[in-house]
Design a protein around this ligand. Structure first.
Ligand SMILES: Nc1ncnc2c1ncn2[C@@H]1O[C@H](COP(=O)(O)OP(=O)(O)OP(=O)(O)O)[C@@H](O)[C@H]1O
Ligand SMILES: [Mg+2]
Length: 242
């Protein structure tokens, strides 16, 4: 579903990603962990076309392919935006729009749905993340945890093949963090939900609970890939990393 093959990415002279390869299957929850500056956010940004890379290949689904050193066509980028949802640390909601409109935007602009169809999709998703009572609020009227749940509903609204979470709870206090992780956990457990999920997080307890597979990214290289049970085993790679 998502295949990242030997990605190399430079910022100026610095090699930020140094031949990273990762495969994430449909329905799988993959965690990317590792030291600060290791390239986790950069890798996610390459997967959804927000950043270019110099070498290697990224495929999402059967259709969207990004090739190192090549500027993707507009059509590829549009396709990628439809297929990949992204949830950021700082929520990044549209500040001037209501909660409902934030979630309707994707179906209308990316999928070409009618206003009525988009509203039905958005209301269902906002119910799923527990925000039905707040659909007419503006983002600034919500708590951080509520804003992040809106951001998740917004990412889901285009029915993506993959959803990427970059430290979705690190700006939140423990209670709000738990609310957001519950929503992600619920998606992970949902048999109907077949998107590949990638979560970058420093919250190792949460990662241990929800991830199927763990990848440790260190200095732009994948230093370890394995099942979560093995990664978190006593004396395993996660313990060694700490
Ligand atoms: N626009 C940029 N220009 C120059 N260097 C950059 C740029 N963006 C990121 N970097 C560098 O790339 C490296 C990887 O950054 P990245 O944000 O991907 O790390 P990360 O693993 O997400 O770290 P954290 O856990 O702190 O979020 C860092 O050394 C960072 O300073
Ligand atoms: Mg980061």
């Amino acid at each position: 579903m998502i295949s990242v093959t030997n990605i190399v990415k430079y910022h100026g002279p610095t090699r930020i990603l140094d031949g990273a390869s990762i495969t994430i299957r449909k329905g799988e929850v993959a965690a990317i962990i590792g030291p600060s500056g290791g390239g986790k956010s950069t890798l996610l940004r390459c997967i959804n076309g927000l950043e270019l890379f110099q070498e290697g290949e990224i495929g999402v689904g059967d259709a969207a392919k990004l090739i190192g050193g090549q500027t993707p066509t507009k059509a590829t980028l549009i396709q990628l935006r439809r297929m990949v949802g992204m949830v950021f640390q700082q929520f990044n909601l549209f500040p001037h729009m209501t909660v409902l409109k934030n979630v309707m935007a994707g179906p209308i602009y990316a999928l070409g749905k009618s206003h009525a169809e988009a509203e039905t999709i958005a209301k269902k998703l906002l119910d799923r993340v527990g925000l039905s009572p707040r659909i007419d609020a503006k983002p600034w009227q919500l708590s951080g945890g509520q804003q992040q749940r809106v951001a998740i509903a917004r990412a889901l609204a285009v029915n993506p093949a993959a959803i990427l979470f970059d430290e979705p709870t690190s700006a939140l206090d423990p209670k709000m963090s738990a609310e957001v992780m519950r929503v992600i956990d619920d998606l992970a457990d949902d048999e109907q939900f077949q998107a590949a999920m990638v979560i970058v997080s420093h919250d190792l307890a949460a990662v241990k609970k929800i991830a199927d597979t763990v990848h440790v990214l260190n200095a732009g290289r994948v230093a370890y890939t394995g099942p979560a049970a093995e990664a978190f085993a006593p004396g395993g790679p996660v313990e060694k990393m700490e």
